[in-house]
Design a protein around this ligand. Structure first.
Ligand SMILES: [Zn+2]
Length: 572
Protein backbone atom coordinates (compact mmCIF):
# COMPACT_ATOMS: atom_id res chain seq x y z
CA UNK A 1 0.00 0.00 0.00
CA UNK A 2 1.35 3.38 -0.98
CA UNK A 3 1.59 5.80 1.86
CA UNK A 4 1.76 9.37 0.73
CA UNK A 5 3.48 11.52 3.31
CA UNK A 6 2.61 14.86 1.84
CA UNK A 7 1.19 16.29 5.03
CA UNK A 8 3.34 14.48 7.59
CA UNK A 9 6.73 15.55 6.40
CA UNK A 10 8.00 16.80 9.69
CA UNK A 11 11.39 15.84 11.00
CA UNK A 12 11.67 13.87 14.17
CA UNK A 13 14.08 15.67 16.49
CA UNK A 14 17.78 15.34 15.79
CA UNK A 15 18.75 14.13 19.21
CA UNK A 16 19.32 10.47 18.29
CA UNK A 17 21.53 11.58 15.42
CA UNK A 18 23.53 14.27 17.15
CA UNK A 19 24.16 11.83 20.01
CA UNK A 20 26.16 9.80 17.56
CA UNK A 21 28.73 12.54 17.04
CA UNK A 22 31.77 12.36 19.27
CA UNK A 23 34.77 14.65 19.05
CA UNK A 24 37.81 12.84 20.40
CA UNK A 25 40.25 15.64 19.88
CA UNK A 26 43.01 14.08 21.92
CA UNK A 27 42.94 11.08 19.65
CA UNK A 28 42.56 13.12 16.49
CA UNK A 29 39.25 11.53 15.64
CA UNK A 30 35.63 12.47 15.06
CA UNK A 31 33.01 9.74 15.07
CA UNK A 32 29.47 9.53 13.72
CA UNK A 33 28.18 6.21 14.99
CA UNK A 34 30.86 3.88 13.75
CA UNK A 35 32.06 6.05 10.91
CA UNK A 36 35.19 8.12 11.32
CA UNK A 37 34.43 11.60 9.98
CA UNK A 38 36.45 14.56 8.76
CA UNK A 39 35.80 18.20 9.39
CA UNK A 40 36.93 19.82 6.18
CA UNK A 41 36.84 23.34 4.87
CA UNK A 42 34.41 23.78 1.98
CA UNK A 43 37.03 25.96 0.29
CA UNK A 44 39.48 23.04 0.26
CA UNK A 45 36.81 20.84 -1.28
CA UNK A 46 36.09 23.62 -3.77
CA UNK A 47 39.73 23.80 -4.86
CA UNK A 48 39.83 20.02 -5.17
CA UNK A 49 36.68 20.00 -7.26
CA UNK A 50 37.96 22.70 -9.55
CA UNK A 51 41.13 20.71 -10.11
CA UNK A 52 39.14 17.57 -10.85
CA UNK A 53 36.98 19.38 -13.38
CA UNK A 54 39.99 20.97 -15.02
CA UNK A 55 42.00 17.78 -15.33
CA UNK A 56 39.25 15.23 -15.94
CA UNK A 57 36.55 17.27 -17.58
CA UNK A 58 33.04 17.81 -16.23
CA UNK A 59 31.64 14.37 -17.06
CA UNK A 60 34.37 12.41 -15.31
CA UNK A 61 34.48 14.75 -12.33
CA UNK A 62 30.73 14.40 -11.99
CA UNK A 63 31.15 10.61 -11.84
CA UNK A 64 33.77 10.91 -9.09
CA UNK A 65 31.59 13.14 -6.90
CA UNK A 66 28.44 11.09 -7.50
CA UNK A 67 30.32 8.02 -6.32
CA UNK A 68 31.75 9.92 -3.37
CA UNK A 69 28.21 10.80 -2.23
CA UNK A 70 27.05 7.28 -3.01
CA UNK A 71 29.49 5.68 -0.56
CA UNK A 72 28.43 8.06 2.17
CA UNK A 73 24.72 7.44 1.47
CA UNK A 74 25.13 3.68 1.84
CA UNK A 75 26.72 4.06 5.27
CA UNK A 76 24.11 6.50 6.51
CA UNK A 77 21.27 4.20 5.45
CA UNK A 78 22.80 1.54 7.64
CA UNK A 79 23.09 3.99 10.51
CA UNK A 80 19.45 5.11 10.11
CA UNK A 81 18.14 1.55 10.29
CA UNK A 82 20.16 0.98 13.40
CA UNK A 83 19.12 4.15 15.18
CA UNK A 84 15.41 4.10 14.39
CA UNK A 85 14.41 0.43 14.43
CA UNK A 86 10.94 0.89 15.81
CA UNK A 87 10.02 4.17 14.14
CA UNK A 88 7.60 4.86 11.27
CA UNK A 89 9.14 4.17 7.92
CA UNK A 90 8.97 7.87 7.06
CA UNK A 91 11.01 8.73 10.14
CA UNK A 92 13.58 6.14 9.22
CA UNK A 93 13.71 7.50 5.69
CA UNK A 94 14.00 11.11 6.84
CA UNK A 95 17.07 10.29 8.91
CA UNK A 96 18.95 10.55 5.60
CA UNK A 97 18.01 14.15 4.86
CA UNK A 98 18.62 14.93 8.51
CA UNK A 99 22.11 13.46 8.45
CA UNK A 100 22.80 15.43 5.31
CA UNK A 101 21.82 18.57 7.15
CA UNK A 102 23.73 17.57 10.27
CA UNK A 103 26.90 17.23 8.25
CA UNK A 104 26.44 20.74 6.93
CA UNK A 105 25.96 19.72 3.33
CA UNK A 106 22.49 20.96 2.59
CA UNK A 107 19.14 21.80 4.11
CA UNK A 108 16.58 19.31 2.86
CA UNK A 109 12.89 20.19 2.48
CA UNK A 110 10.79 17.17 1.50
CA UNK A 111 7.88 18.23 -0.71
CA UNK A 112 6.36 14.85 -1.39
CA UNK A 113 7.36 11.34 -0.40
CA UNK A 114 5.34 8.23 -1.37
CA UNK A 115 6.56 4.92 -0.05
CA UNK A 116 5.28 1.40 -0.65
CA UNK A 117 8.00 -0.85 0.66
CA UNK A 118 6.16 -4.07 -0.05
CA UNK A 119 5.56 -3.38 -3.72
CA UNK A 120 8.80 -1.46 -4.02
CA UNK A 121 7.11 1.72 -5.18
CA UNK A 122 8.71 5.00 -4.38
CA UNK A 123 8.32 8.59 -5.42
CA UNK A 124 9.85 11.68 -3.86
CA UNK A 125 10.20 15.33 -4.63
CA UNK A 126 12.64 17.22 -2.48
CA UNK A 127 14.05 20.71 -2.38
CA UNK A 128 17.65 21.42 -1.43
CA UNK A 129 18.45 24.73 0.13
CA UNK A 130 21.98 26.10 0.49
CA UNK A 131 23.73 23.13 -1.06
CA UNK A 132 27.48 23.31 -0.40
CA UNK A 133 28.04 22.30 -4.02
CA UNK A 134 26.12 25.30 -5.26
CA UNK A 135 28.31 27.43 -3.04
CA UNK A 136 31.39 25.84 -4.61
CA UNK A 137 30.08 26.77 -8.04
CA UNK A 138 29.47 30.31 -6.91
CA UNK A 139 32.91 30.74 -5.35
CA UNK A 140 35.28 28.57 -7.40
CA UNK A 141 33.91 27.15 -10.57
CA UNK A 142 31.38 29.63 -11.85
CA UNK A 143 27.96 28.73 -13.18
CA UNK A 144 27.66 25.25 -14.65
CA UNK A 145 25.72 24.22 -17.74
CA UNK A 146 23.91 21.44 -15.93
CA UNK A 147 22.80 20.64 -12.36
CA UNK A 148 25.82 20.65 -10.08
CA UNK A 149 24.84 19.01 -6.80
CA UNK A 150 26.66 15.83 -7.70
CA UNK A 151 27.71 14.26 -4.42
CA UNK A 152 24.38 15.20 -2.82
CA UNK A 153 22.61 13.39 -5.62
CA UNK A 154 24.84 10.33 -5.28
CA UNK A 155 24.00 10.29 -1.57
CA UNK A 156 20.25 10.47 -2.22
CA UNK A 157 20.41 7.62 -4.74
CA UNK A 158 22.42 5.34 -2.47
CA UNK A 159 20.54 6.15 0.69
CA UNK A 160 17.11 5.58 -0.83
CA UNK A 161 18.15 2.48 -2.79
CA UNK A 162 19.44 0.95 0.40
CA UNK A 163 16.32 2.01 2.29
CA UNK A 164 13.98 0.58 -0.35
CA UNK A 165 16.03 -2.52 -1.08
CA UNK A 166 15.92 -1.73 -4.80
CA UNK A 167 17.49 0.71 -7.19
CA UNK A 168 16.06 4.19 -6.82
CA UNK A 169 17.42 6.98 -8.93
CA UNK A 170 17.19 10.67 -8.11
CA UNK A 171 17.67 13.38 -10.71
CA UNK A 172 18.16 17.03 -10.05
CA UNK A 173 15.51 18.63 -12.23
CA UNK A 174 16.54 22.16 -11.43
CA UNK A 175 19.67 23.51 -9.74
CA UNK A 176 20.90 26.88 -8.61
CA UNK A 177 24.39 25.80 -9.65
CA UNK A 178 23.29 26.16 -13.26
CA UNK A 179 21.22 29.27 -12.83
CA UNK A 180 17.82 27.83 -11.82
CA UNK A 181 15.83 29.33 -9.01
CA UNK A 182 15.93 26.28 -6.74
CA UNK A 183 17.59 22.92 -6.39
CA UNK A 184 14.88 20.28 -6.73
CA UNK A 185 15.33 16.54 -6.99
CA UNK A 186 12.89 13.83 -7.99
CA UNK A 187 13.39 10.18 -7.13
CA UNK A 188 11.74 7.02 -8.44
CA UNK A 189 12.63 3.41 -9.27
CA UNK A 190 15.32 3.08 -11.93
CA UNK A 191 13.11 1.43 -14.51
CA UNK A 192 10.76 4.40 -14.44
CA UNK A 193 13.51 6.62 -15.85
CA UNK A 194 14.01 6.36 -19.59
CA UNK A 195 17.73 7.01 -19.43
CA UNK A 196 18.42 4.98 -16.31
CA UNK A 197 21.12 2.95 -17.95
CA UNK A 198 22.99 5.99 -19.13
CA UNK A 199 22.80 7.54 -15.68
CA UNK A 200 23.89 4.33 -13.97
CA UNK A 201 27.18 4.56 -15.81
CA UNK A 202 28.22 7.42 -13.53
CA UNK A 203 28.23 4.95 -10.67
CA UNK A 204 30.65 2.61 -12.32
CA UNK A 205 34.24 3.53 -11.65
CA UNK A 206 36.07 3.28 -14.92
CA UNK A 207 39.82 3.41 -14.48
CA UNK A 208 40.98 6.43 -16.41
CA UNK A 209 44.41 4.87 -16.80
CA UNK A 210 43.05 2.39 -19.32
CA UNK A 211 41.61 5.19 -21.36
CA UNK A 212 44.84 7.15 -21.11
CA UNK A 213 46.85 4.22 -22.41
CA UNK A 214 44.34 3.77 -25.16
CA UNK A 215 44.47 7.44 -26.08
CA UNK A 216 48.24 7.39 -25.93
CA UNK A 217 48.39 4.60 -28.46
CA UNK A 218 45.81 6.34 -30.62
CA UNK A 219 47.85 9.52 -30.53
CA UNK A 220 51.01 7.73 -31.54
CA UNK A 221 49.25 5.91 -34.35
CA UNK A 222 47.61 9.14 -35.52
CA UNK A 223 50.91 10.93 -35.36
CA UNK A 224 52.67 8.26 -37.33
CA UNK A 225 49.83 8.09 -39.83
CA UNK A 226 50.03 11.86 -40.23
CA UNK A 227 53.75 11.63 -40.78
CA UNK A 228 53.23 8.81 -43.20
CA UNK A 229 50.55 10.75 -45.00
CA UNK A 230 52.90 13.67 -45.42
CA UNK A 231 55.69 11.36 -46.50
CA UNK A 232 53.33 9.51 -48.78
CA UNK A 233 55.00 8.67 -52.04
CA UNK A 234 52.55 6.19 -53.43
CA UNK A 235 51.91 6.80 -57.09
CA UNK A 236 55.08 8.81 -57.67
CA UNK A 237 56.70 7.25 -60.67
CA UNK A 238 56.34 6.78 -64.38
CA UNK A 239 58.25 3.59 -65.06
CA UNK A 240 56.39 0.73 -66.69
CA UNK A 241 57.18 -1.65 -63.84
CA UNK A 242 55.84 0.72 -61.24
CA UNK A 243 52.76 1.66 -63.26
CA UNK A 244 51.92 -2.01 -63.46
CA UNK A 245 52.10 -2.25 -59.68
CA UNK A 246 49.86 0.80 -59.26
CA UNK A 247 47.25 -0.70 -61.59
CA UNK A 248 47.27 -3.93 -59.57
CA UNK A 249 46.99 -2.00 -56.31
CA UNK A 250 44.07 0.07 -57.55
CA UNK A 251 42.27 -3.11 -58.53
CA UNK A 252 43.04 -4.78 -55.21
CA UNK A 253 41.86 -1.72 -53.29
CA UNK A 254 38.36 -1.94 -54.74
CA UNK A 255 37.95 -5.59 -53.81
CA UNK A 256 37.93 -7.30 -50.46
CA UNK A 257 40.73 -9.82 -50.95
CA UNK A 258 43.80 -10.13 -48.81
CA UNK A 259 46.86 -8.71 -50.51
CA UNK A 260 50.40 -10.05 -50.25
CA UNK A 261 53.10 -7.49 -50.92
CA UNK A 262 56.46 -8.82 -52.00
CA UNK A 263 59.68 -6.96 -52.42
CA UNK A 264 63.00 -6.07 -50.90
CA UNK A 265 63.42 -4.08 -47.71
CA UNK A 266 62.75 -0.39 -48.20
CA UNK A 267 60.67 -0.56 -51.38
CA UNK A 268 57.76 1.06 -49.57
CA UNK A 269 55.46 -1.84 -48.77
CA UNK A 270 53.78 0.02 -45.92
CA UNK A 271 53.15 3.03 -48.15
CA UNK A 272 51.51 0.76 -50.70
CA UNK A 273 49.49 -1.03 -48.00
CA UNK A 274 48.24 2.30 -46.68
CA UNK A 275 47.19 3.40 -50.13
CA UNK A 276 45.28 0.14 -50.63
CA UNK A 277 43.45 1.01 -47.43
CA UNK A 278 42.84 4.65 -48.37
CA UNK A 279 41.42 3.67 -51.74
CA UNK A 280 39.15 0.98 -50.33
CA UNK A 281 35.65 1.17 -48.91
CA UNK A 282 37.29 0.91 -45.49
CA UNK A 283 39.12 4.20 -45.86
CA UNK A 284 37.26 5.71 -42.90
CA UNK A 285 38.15 2.74 -40.68
CA UNK A 286 41.45 2.31 -38.87
CA UNK A 287 44.70 1.32 -40.53
CA UNK A 288 46.97 -0.59 -38.17
CA UNK A 289 50.51 -1.46 -39.21
CA UNK A 290 52.43 -4.18 -37.39
CA UNK A 291 55.99 -5.21 -38.01
CA UNK A 292 55.92 -8.84 -36.90
CA UNK A 293 59.72 -8.99 -36.72
CA UNK A 294 59.82 -6.14 -34.20
CA UNK A 295 57.72 -7.93 -31.57
CA UNK A 296 59.28 -10.65 -29.37
CA UNK A 297 57.82 -14.07 -30.28
CA UNK A 298 56.19 -14.64 -26.88
CA UNK A 299 54.39 -11.28 -27.08
CA UNK A 300 53.16 -11.53 -30.64
CA UNK A 301 49.93 -13.37 -29.79
CA UNK A 302 48.72 -11.00 -27.05
CA UNK A 303 49.79 -8.04 -29.17
CA UNK A 304 47.85 -9.17 -32.24
CA UNK A 305 44.87 -10.94 -30.72
CA UNK A 306 44.55 -9.32 -27.28
CA UNK A 307 44.77 -10.73 -23.82
CA UNK A 308 42.48 -11.36 -20.86
CA UNK A 309 43.48 -10.26 -17.40
CA UNK A 310 45.44 -12.96 -15.63
CA UNK A 311 46.27 -14.94 -18.77
CA UNK A 312 49.93 -14.81 -17.78
CA UNK A 313 52.19 -13.03 -15.31
CA UNK A 314 52.09 -9.35 -16.17
CA UNK A 315 48.69 -9.46 -17.86
CA UNK A 316 47.15 -7.16 -15.27
CA UNK A 317 44.50 -5.73 -17.52
CA UNK A 318 42.42 -7.17 -20.29
CA UNK A 319 43.12 -5.40 -23.51
CA UNK A 320 42.23 -5.75 -27.16
CA UNK A 321 44.88 -6.70 -29.66
CA UNK A 322 45.72 -4.98 -32.92
CA UNK A 323 43.14 -7.03 -34.82
CA UNK A 324 40.32 -5.80 -32.60
CA UNK A 325 41.61 -2.27 -32.93
CA UNK A 326 41.66 -2.64 -36.71
CA UNK A 327 38.03 -3.75 -36.74
CA UNK A 328 36.22 -2.23 -39.69
CA UNK A 329 39.54 -1.30 -41.25
CA UNK A 330 42.79 -2.80 -42.46
CA UNK A 331 45.72 -4.44 -40.74
CA UNK A 332 49.15 -4.49 -42.34
CA UNK A 333 51.36 -7.37 -41.22
CA UNK A 334 54.91 -6.70 -42.31
CA UNK A 335 57.45 -9.55 -42.18
CA UNK A 336 54.56 -11.98 -41.75
CA UNK A 337 56.95 -14.92 -42.05
CA UNK A 338 58.14 -14.12 -38.51
CA UNK A 339 54.82 -15.15 -36.92
CA UNK A 340 55.01 -18.00 -34.42
CA UNK A 341 53.15 -21.21 -35.31
CA UNK A 342 50.39 -20.37 -32.81
CA UNK A 343 50.02 -16.86 -34.18
CA UNK A 344 49.88 -18.34 -37.69
CA UNK A 345 47.02 -20.60 -36.61
CA UNK A 346 45.12 -17.66 -35.10
CA UNK A 347 45.69 -15.58 -38.21
CA UNK A 348 44.34 -18.40 -40.37
CA UNK A 349 41.23 -18.46 -38.21
CA UNK A 350 40.70 -14.73 -38.65
CA UNK A 351 41.06 -15.18 -42.40
CA UNK A 352 38.71 -18.14 -42.57
CA UNK A 353 36.09 -17.40 -39.92
CA UNK A 354 36.57 -13.73 -39.09
CA UNK A 355 36.93 -14.80 -35.47
CA UNK A 356 39.50 -14.64 -32.74
CA UNK A 357 39.96 -15.34 -29.07
CA UNK A 358 42.09 -13.23 -26.80
CA UNK A 359 44.94 -15.06 -25.07
CA UNK A 360 43.57 -16.62 -21.89
CA UNK A 361 39.96 -16.10 -22.92
CA UNK A 362 37.42 -18.54 -24.27
CA UNK A 363 35.00 -15.98 -25.61
CA UNK A 364 34.95 -15.86 -29.38
CA UNK A 365 34.98 -12.39 -30.87
CA UNK A 366 34.12 -11.47 -34.43
CA UNK A 367 36.37 -9.11 -36.31
CA UNK A 368 35.97 -7.58 -39.71
CA UNK A 369 39.48 -6.76 -40.81
CA UNK A 370 41.13 -6.71 -44.19
CA UNK A 371 44.58 -8.23 -44.12
CA UNK A 372 47.54 -6.99 -46.10
CA UNK A 373 50.63 -9.04 -45.48
CA UNK A 374 54.16 -8.38 -46.62
CA UNK A 375 57.40 -10.25 -46.73
CA UNK A 376 60.84 -9.79 -48.23
CA UNK A 377 61.56 -13.47 -47.89
CA UNK A 378 59.90 -16.10 -50.07
CA UNK A 379 56.92 -17.55 -48.24
CA UNK A 380 57.03 -20.58 -50.49
CA UNK A 381 60.55 -21.32 -49.29
CA UNK A 382 59.46 -20.82 -45.68
CA UNK A 383 56.64 -23.32 -46.29
CA UNK A 384 59.10 -25.85 -47.69
CA UNK A 385 61.35 -25.33 -44.68
CA UNK A 386 58.36 -26.02 -42.43
CA UNK A 387 58.46 -22.54 -40.89
CA UNK A 388 55.21 -21.33 -42.40
CA UNK A 389 51.84 -23.06 -42.68
CA UNK A 390 50.98 -24.03 -46.23
CA UNK A 391 47.24 -23.38 -45.74
CA UNK A 392 47.97 -19.88 -44.45
CA UNK A 393 50.32 -19.26 -47.35
CA UNK A 394 47.59 -20.13 -49.87
CA UNK A 395 45.14 -17.86 -48.06
CA UNK A 396 47.55 -14.93 -48.08
CA UNK A 397 48.79 -15.49 -51.59
CA UNK A 398 45.43 -14.79 -53.30
CA UNK A 399 46.56 -11.44 -54.63
CA UNK A 400 50.35 -11.15 -54.63
CA UNK A 401 51.92 -7.92 -55.81
CA UNK A 402 55.65 -7.59 -56.29
CA UNK A 403 57.02 -4.12 -55.79
CA UNK A 404 60.14 -3.63 -57.90
CA UNK A 405 63.39 -2.53 -56.25
CA UNK A 406 64.47 1.04 -56.92
CA UNK A 407 67.34 -0.03 -59.18
CA UNK A 408 64.79 -1.52 -61.57
CA UNK A 409 62.85 1.73 -61.77
CA UNK A 410 65.63 4.29 -61.74
CA UNK A 411 63.68 6.49 -64.14
CA UNK A 412 61.36 7.22 -61.20
CA UNK A 413 64.25 8.37 -59.07
CA UNK A 414 64.25 12.08 -60.04
CA UNK A 415 60.55 12.37 -59.11
CA UNK A 416 61.07 10.54 -55.83
CA UNK A 417 64.14 12.62 -55.02
CA UNK A 418 62.13 15.77 -55.69
CA UNK A 419 59.39 14.52 -53.38
CA UNK A 420 61.81 13.86 -50.50
CA UNK A 421 63.58 17.16 -51.13
CA UNK A 422 60.33 19.03 -50.62
CA UNK A 423 59.56 16.99 -47.54
CA UNK A 424 62.90 17.55 -45.81
CA UNK A 425 63.25 21.18 -46.84
CA UNK A 426 59.95 21.83 -45.09
CA UNK A 427 60.99 19.77 -42.13
CA UNK A 428 64.35 21.51 -41.72
CA UNK A 429 63.04 24.85 -42.85
CA UNK A 430 65.62 25.14 -45.65
CA UNK A 431 65.62 26.28 -49.25
CA UNK A 432 68.35 24.58 -51.25
CA UNK A 433 68.70 24.77 -55.01
CA UNK A 434 68.12 21.02 -55.31
CA UNK A 435 70.47 18.26 -56.41
CA UNK A 436 73.46 19.19 -58.53
CA UNK A 437 73.58 17.48 -61.93
CA UNK A 438 76.57 15.49 -60.78
CA UNK A 439 74.76 14.38 -57.64
CA UNK A 440 71.72 13.29 -59.62
CA UNK A 441 73.93 11.40 -62.05
CA UNK A 442 75.52 9.54 -59.15
CA UNK A 443 72.10 8.68 -57.80
CA UNK A 444 71.15 7.21 -61.15
CA UNK A 445 74.26 5.01 -61.20
CA UNK A 446 73.94 3.75 -57.65
CA UNK A 447 72.32 0.35 -57.04
CA UNK A 448 70.30 1.40 -53.97
CA UNK A 449 70.37 -1.82 -51.94
CA UNK A 450 68.20 -0.08 -49.31
CA UNK A 451 65.75 1.09 -51.97
CA UNK A 452 63.43 4.05 -51.42
CA UNK A 453 64.10 4.17 -47.70
CA UNK A 454 67.80 4.56 -48.45
CA UNK A 455 67.06 7.29 -50.98
CA UNK A 456 64.98 9.06 -48.36
CA UNK A 457 67.87 8.91 -45.87
CA UNK A 458 70.39 10.07 -48.44
CA UNK A 459 68.27 13.07 -49.43
CA UNK A 460 67.71 13.95 -45.79
CA UNK A 461 71.45 13.92 -45.23
CA UNK A 462 71.94 16.10 -48.31
CA UNK A 463 69.42 18.66 -47.07
CA UNK A 464 71.01 18.74 -43.62
CA UNK A 465 74.53 19.28 -44.99
CA UNK A 466 73.63 21.91 -47.58
CA UNK A 467 73.23 25.60 -46.83
CA UNK A 468 70.35 27.70 -48.06
CA UNK A 469 70.51 28.72 -51.72
CA UNK A 470 73.20 26.17 -52.52
CA UNK A 471 72.95 23.04 -54.60
CA UNK A 472 73.17 19.66 -52.93
CA UNK A 473 76.50 18.22 -53.99
CA UNK A 474 77.46 14.58 -54.39
CA UNK A 475 79.61 14.85 -51.24
CA UNK A 476 76.61 16.07 -49.26
CA UNK A 477 74.63 13.05 -50.43
CA UNK A 478 77.12 10.24 -50.16
CA UNK A 479 80.38 11.47 -48.61
CA UNK A 480 82.15 8.41 -50.02
CA UNK A 481 80.75 5.99 -52.55
CA UNK A 482 80.93 2.24 -52.14
CA UNK A 483 82.09 1.43 -55.65
CA UNK A 484 80.79 -2.10 -55.85
CA UNK A 485 77.29 -0.76 -55.46
CA UNK A 486 77.56 1.24 -58.68
CA UNK A 487 76.61 -0.01 -62.09
CA UNK A 488 79.63 1.35 -63.86
CA UNK A 489 83.23 1.58 -62.92
CA UNK A 490 84.17 4.84 -61.29
CA UNK A 491 87.38 5.99 -59.60
CA UNK A 492 88.32 3.56 -56.84
CA UNK A 493 87.63 4.81 -53.35
CA UNK A 494 90.04 3.82 -50.62
CA UNK A 495 87.33 4.18 -48.02
CA UNK A 496 83.65 3.38 -48.04
CA UNK A 497 80.76 4.26 -45.83
CA UNK A 498 79.10 1.46 -43.86
CA UNK A 499 75.47 1.04 -42.79
CA UNK A 500 75.94 3.29 -39.77
CA UNK A 501 77.36 6.09 -41.87
CA UNK A 502 80.89 5.42 -40.57
CA UNK A 503 83.83 5.65 -42.93
CA UNK A 504 85.66 2.34 -43.07
CA UNK A 505 88.55 1.01 -45.13
CA UNK A 506 87.52 0.14 -48.67
CA UNK A 507 87.38 -3.51 -49.64
CA UNK A 508 90.35 -5.30 -51.06
CA UNK A 509 89.02 -5.37 -54.59
CA UNK A 510 89.92 -1.74 -54.95
CA UNK A 511 93.56 -2.45 -55.74
CA UNK A 512 92.86 -5.61 -57.72
CA UNK A 513 93.89 -4.07 -61.01
CA UNK A 514 97.57 -3.83 -60.16
CA UNK A 515 98.52 -7.25 -58.81
CA UNK A 516 96.23 -9.13 -61.21
CA UNK A 517 98.11 -7.56 -64.11
CA UNK A 518 101.39 -8.60 -62.52
CA UNK A 519 100.30 -12.21 -62.12
CA UNK A 520 98.93 -12.46 -65.62
CA UNK A 521 102.16 -11.09 -67.05
CA UNK A 522 104.32 -13.46 -64.96
CA UNK A 523 102.56 -16.59 -66.21
CA UNK A 524 101.87 -18.02 -62.75
CA UNK A 525 98.93 -20.50 -62.82
CA UNK A 526 95.70 -20.06 -60.88
CA UNK A 527 96.44 -23.15 -58.78
CA UNK A 528 99.80 -21.65 -57.92
CA UNK A 529 98.16 -18.38 -56.86
CA UNK A 530 95.66 -20.23 -54.72
CA UNK A 531 98.31 -22.35 -53.05
CA UNK A 532 100.56 -19.37 -52.30
CA UNK A 533 97.64 -17.42 -50.91
CA UNK A 534 96.57 -20.28 -48.66
CA UNK A 535 100.10 -20.76 -47.41
CA UNK A 536 100.41 -17.11 -46.52
CA UNK A 537 97.09 -17.19 -44.74
CA UNK A 538 98.05 -20.31 -42.76
CA UNK A 539 101.31 -18.64 -41.70
CA UNK A 540 99.43 -15.49 -40.67
CA UNK A 541 97.05 -17.61 -38.60
CA UNK A 542 99.78 -19.72 -36.98
CA UNK A 543 98.60 -22.79 -38.88
CA UNK A 544 95.11 -22.49 -37.49
CA UNK A 545 92.69 -23.51 -40.26
CA UNK A 546 89.73 -21.58 -38.86
CA UNK A 547 91.80 -18.42 -38.55
CA UNK A 548 93.16 -18.75 -42.07
CA UNK A 549 89.64 -19.40 -43.40
CA UNK A 550 88.51 -16.11 -41.84
CA UNK A 551 91.37 -14.25 -43.53
CA UNK A 552 90.36 -15.69 -46.89
CA UNK A 553 86.65 -15.21 -46.45
CA UNK A 554 85.97 -18.97 -46.58
CA UNK A 555 84.29 -21.39 -44.23
CA UNK A 556 86.59 -23.76 -42.34
CA UNK A 557 85.41 -26.87 -44.25
CA UNK A 558 85.86 -25.08 -47.56
CA UNK A 559 89.43 -24.10 -46.78
CA UNK A 560 90.24 -27.52 -45.32
CA UNK A 561 89.03 -29.11 -48.55
CA UNK A 562 91.22 -26.86 -50.67
CA UNK A 563 94.22 -27.32 -48.38
CA UNK A 564 93.93 -31.10 -48.67
CA UNK A 565 93.45 -30.89 -52.42
CA UNK A 566 96.65 -28.91 -52.85
CA UNK A 567 98.54 -31.12 -50.38
CA UNK A 568 99.04 -28.43 -47.77
CA UNK A 569 97.05 -30.37 -45.18
CA UNK A 570 97.26 -34.10 -44.52
CA UNK A 571 94.13 -36.20 -45.05
CA UNK A 572 93.77 -37.13 -41.36
ZN1 LIG B 1 21.72 21.95 -7.01
Amino acid sequence: MVVSYKSKLKYKDYQDLTDQIRFLSLEGKIWLGEQRMLLMAVSAMAAFRREMVNTMGVERAKGFFLRLGYQSGLRDAELARKLRPHCDEIDIFLAGPQLHALKGMVKVIPIQVDIDQEAGNFYAEIEWVDSFEVEICQTELGQMDEPACWSLLGYACAYTSSFMGREIIFREISCRGCGDEKCVIVGKPAEQWEDAEEFARYFKADPIIEELYDLQSQVSSLRSSLEKQQGQYYGIGQSASYNKVCKMIDKAALGKVSVLLLGETGVGKEVVARSVHLRSERADGPFIAVNCAAIPPDLIEPELFGVEKGAFTGANQSRPGRFERANGGTIFLDEVVELTPRAQASLLRVLQEGELERVGDNRTRSVNVRIIAATNESLATAVEAGRFRADLYYRLNVFPVKIPPLRERLEDLPLLAEHFLRKFQTEYNKRTLGLSDKALELCLRYRWPGNIRELENVIERGVILTDNKETISQEALFAVFPDSEFHQASPQPSEVIDDDGQIVAGNTHSASGHWADGILNSGISLDEVEKTLMQRAMNEANQNVSGAARLLGLTRPALAYRLKKSGLLSES
